[in-house]
Design a protein around this ligand. Structure first.
Ligand code: IPE
Ligand code: MG
Length: 222
């Protein structure tokens, strides 16, 4: 979800306006994804690197998040959406983590769209943590080095029990991964659109899904 700041700058508005508008887009796209029959939608809301933004901007984003956890996500709860969070929780304020855990617990039985929100998320950190978990099990004697395979390693990531994405969409014209799901995107189809996230909408999502349907996925085979 990239381009909130540039969307605002283009209109001579403070960056925070872009973030507010971007939060509206989250609602629209979550609803549209559910309607399109998508089972899992993962949104990159805040990266581990985003902590390095100005304290004002970080606090605006955390404020929006607090509000989102209280209102919009509560609404999704009623719409059969299962909510999950991935990322480094210890970096977040305790009240935010408590609200996240509550939402996860309350929506665990929902069987509609799974909305996975990457918050304070960094893929390299996730992979290093998984390696540490595996190493600790070996050290304790609970597992041998030979037991470590792709499946076991995948299960040590935050995305355990969430399938690898079929399609990655990055908005705002940037063509890079920015430390996002590096392991999970091994065979994902990529789509880059110049649209800033606040302008992204259901119609464009539908067009991109249709483009995705024309792709031939070979997974290294012929
Ligand atoms: C994406 O928009 C939202 C977050 C990363 C929180 P940006 O804030 O990155 O917007 P640009 O890239 O400056 O336009
Ligand atoms: Mg950006």
């Amino acid at each position: 979800m990239d381009g909130n700041g540039r969307w605002a700058a283009k209109r001579g508005l403070p960056r925070s306006f872009g973030h507010k508008k971007g939060a509206e887009t989250v609602k629209e796209i979550t609803r549209a994804a559910g309607e399109a029959g998508i089972r899992f939608l993962t949104l990159y809301a805040f990266s581990t690197e985003n902590w390095q933004r100005s304290p004002e901007e970080v606090s605006t984003l955390m404020g929006l998040l607090r509000q989102y956890l209280k209102t919009d996500l509560q609404e999704l709860r009623k719409n059969n959406v299962r909510i999950r969070f991935i990322g480094e929780r210890d970096m977040l304020d305790a009240d935010i983590v408590a609200a996240m855990e509550k939402l996860e617990a309350e929506t665990a039985v929902n069987d509609g769209l799974t909305l996975c929100i990457a918050l304070s998320y960094g893929s390299r950190q996730e992979i290093v943590n998984a390696a540490k978990k595996a190493a600790a099990l070996v050290q304790k004697g609970d597992m041998s080095v030979e037991d470590i395979d792709v499946k076991l390693f995948s299960d040590m990531l935050y995305t355990k029990d969430i399938p690898d994405p079929d399609l990655l969409i990055r908005t705002s014209g940037e063509q890079r991964l920015s430390n996002y799901l590096l392991w999970q995107l091994a065979y994902t189809e990529f789509y880059f659109t110049p649209t800033f996230w606040p302008d992204f909408n259901k119609n464009e999502l539908t067009d991109i899904i249709n483009d995705f349907k024309t792709r031939e996925r070979r997974y290294g085979k012929v």
